[in-house]
Write a protein that binds this ligand. Structure first.
Ligand code: MSP
Length: 656
């Protein structure tokens, strides 16, 4: 009988900086699911890759004086070596610069155009380069910045193609609210309220102001919007509209797309709309997880708060890291990373809990029976409850696995680890070992423990694939013993099983010493990362090259009167969140000016300060209040900042 296919994907990562623990979460989670499904007998396709086009990459490459392809090649190698190091068993790796993907995306774009879903128009609005996202004014945050990453946006006005989203609004709403596409489903309300209810806006799907993208075949100068290019990867990598692969029929629709919450909108709305327009079936599940945060913020290269997985892996082994990040993150919530929590978790669950269970059991089998259990046994009533807990574990794990709740899976498994350690306390095998007559009972106890370890380690093996084969070696289990099919059975190991004492699986860590060392490393990394960041990433400069207004002459400039003035009084304009009304001493008898800075300054911040006043502006009324001029302020990544003047400069002085 042919195996049932199972297709799982991670997002494809931007190779715009080195990978970090934040990137590891989705990949390790998908890897664990892929391994579990393989163990269950599915024919698994696990896809990951890199999203290599877009303005952000073009700019980074230019900063380094290399071509975009040269730039991404280096980082893609780093991603691949991290995945190797973390023992990630992907079946296919897609790069959006691969020829077959480029060809397919061009065909997809053309098909959408031919079907009338893509049309030509003009884009005029805001663009966030770090997120590669278009925003309307009403969507910007309170500082006029990107509502997602809160960095400055730039104005973009260009001829562009648009994708009609409205024909799909109703079906998408149903998909989100009436099916179990979203995991967790609680996310549906925010998506529907924020994006569908206000009316799905058409999406701008081409750019003309940069080159690093997939060219639109029928209109030179346009490149395909990077998200249309990226989302298509899930089907092009299976051979949709190309001959590089022939797996589309077999694996599509995907069983699980797993992504973090910041890119949920693209996967919950835009991707289904594209598939609907292409008349393709929709993926079965979209599993959305939170962020790994540090000091309350998303771990990210630009914040400089990244934790290097190579550093942690070298110290504790990649399985401990895999375990820690999966165990801490509940589907849907953020999980805050701290060295202390990680080390305590490794010590309590892995060293004291599971590692200790294995080493105690194997050591006792070795000490009392020379490694090989005798066949003579004595069962006791107390065994029954223990055995039933062990054999029930697999179905608990299956249940949570189907809901992509990996934290719950690990919690269930570790409840049984605790139960097994309790069984040791209850049966006191060290006492049984002292008395020859108790040896049959001791053999039963140790056998039951070895069986529990076999079941636990089998179910843990997708999560910690490097360590579990070592456990099997120690408890004398063969590859045939440690299978999914045997994971709900008891009595699988031979009665006269032979154990092999081995290395300590998870050495106990000295918490204080380790935390000091790790904090020192992290500090150093953060300093290095900060010093390497471009001014833009540090938030010191606008995200894009500054575009100057058309040139003016000195005579034009002379028309503007800028004078020093002092704020005498100030109050908020009624019924406005943004406006302050200032009374100024301008050296000319005084005047009133209204300014949109109420979100950045309180009246008390301003009273008594000297400012720069544009003194000859035509008066206007703002919210019914007369304003005679304007005060000078700068737009910065942290909001609007008034340009204050040194107190020694007299009121009324002309600025030139
Ligand atoms: N290229 C797009 C995805 C296109 S998929 C068709 C992208 N790339 S990314 O590299 O910026 O992020 C990839 C994934 O990693 C996203 O789901 C992102 O949220 C996730 N993470 C990046 N930092 C993270 C944390 N600190 N914590 C958890 N996940 C994080 O978006």
């Amino acid at each position: 009988m042919s195996k049932k296919p199972f297709y799982i994907t991670t997002p494809i990562y931007y190779p715009s900086g080195n990978p970090h623990i934040g990137h590891c979460y989705t990949t390790v989670a998908c890897d664990s699911i892929a391994r579990y499904r393989r163990m269950q007998g599915y024919d698994v396709m696990f896809l990951t890759g890199t999203d290599e086009h877009g303005l952000k990459i073009e700019q980074k490459a230019a900063e380094q004086g290399v071509t975009p392809k040269e730039y991404v090649d280096v980082i893609v190698d780093k991603f691949k070596s991290l995945w190797k190091y973390m023992n990630i068993s992907y079946d296919r790796y897609i790069r959006t610069t691969d020829d077959y993907h480029v060809e397919s995306v061009q065909k997809i774009f053309k098909t959408l155009y031919d079907k009338g879903y893509i049309y030509k128009g003009e884009y005029s609005g805001k663009y966030c380069t770090p997120c590669e996202s278009f925003w309307t004014d009403s969507q910007l945050d309170e500082n006029g910045c990107c509502p997602e990453c809160h960095r400055p946006v730039t104005f973009a006005k260009e001829e562009a193609y648009f994708f009609k989203m409205s024909p799909f609004a109703e079906r998408i709403e149903k998909l989100l609210t009436e099916t179990d596409y979203l995991q967790p489903k609680t996310r549906a309300t925010e998506l529907v309220n924020n994006f569908i209810k206000p009316g799905l806006e058409d999406l701008c799907v081409s750019r003309t102001t940069f080159k690093w993208g997939i060219p639109v075949t029928f209109d030179e100068g346009h490149v395909v919007y990077v998200w249309i290019d990226a989302l298509s990867n899930y089907i092009t990598a299976m051979g949709y509209e190309n001959s590089a692969y022939n797996d589309f029929e077999k694996y599509w629709p995907a069983d699980v797309h797993m992504v973090a919450k910041d890119i949920m909108r693209f996967h919950a709305i835009i991707w289904p709309a594209m598939l609907m327009a292409l008349e393709l079936p929709l993926p079965k599940h979209l599993a959305i997880h939170g962020w790994i945060t540090m000091n309350g913020e998303k771990m990210s290269k630009s914040l400089g708060n990244v934790v290097d997985p190579f550093v942690l892996g070298e110290r504790y082994g990649c399985d401990a890291i895999r375990y820690h990040i999966l165990r801490e993150m509940a589907l849907g919530a953020d999980s805050s990373f701290s060295n202390e929590i990680m080390i305590n978790r490794i010590n309590s669950d892995l060293a004291n809990g599971f590692g200790n269970l294995v080493s105690r059991t194997v050591a006792m089998a070795d000490k009392y029976f020379g490694g090989t259990l005798p066949e003579e046994r004595l069962e006791a009533d107390i065994d029954k409850d223990f055995i039933s807990v062990v054999t029930a574990l697999r179905s608990e794990v299956d249940k949570y696995m189907d809901e992509t709740k990996l934290k719950s899976v690990l919690e269930e498994i570790f409840k049984v680890v605790d139960r097994a350690n309790k069984y040791i306390d209850e049966t006191e095998p060290w006492k049984l070992g002292k008395n020859e007559a108790d040896k049959p009972r001791l053999a039963s106890v140790l056998y039951n423990l070895l069986e529990a370890i076999r079941v636990i380690s089998t179910l843990l093996s997708p999560f910690m694939p490097t360590t579990m084969p070592k456990v099997w070696e120690q408890i004398g289990a063969s590859a045939e013993d440690a299978t999914y099919d045997n994971a709900d059975k008891f009595g699988v190991l031979p009665k006269n099983v032979t154990v092999h004492k081995g290395e300590i699986l998870f050495p106990r860590i000295d918490v204080d010493k380790e935390i000091d060392e790790l904090n020192a490393i992290l500090q150093k990394n953060m300093e290095e990362a900060q010093s390497k960041l471009s001014a833009e990433e540090k938030g010191e400069a606008p995200a894009e090259p500054i575009e100057l207004a058309p040139e003016i002459t000195i005579d034009d400039f002379a028309k503007v009167e800028i004078r020093v003035a002092k704020v005498i009084a100030c109050e908020k304009v009624k019924k406005s969140d943004k406006l302050l009304c200032l009374q100024l001493d301008d050296g000319m008898g005084g005047r009133q000016v209204v300014s949109g800075i109420a979100q950045y300054y309180t009246p008390e911040d301003l009273i008594g300060k000297k400012i720069q006043l544009i003194a000859n502006l035509k008066p206007v009324k703002l919210r019914g209040v007369e304003s005679n001029g304007m005060i000078c302020a700068a737009d910065t990544p942290d909001g609007v900042k008034v340009i204050f003047v040194d107190d020694s400069i007299p009121v009324g002085s002309k600025i030139r």
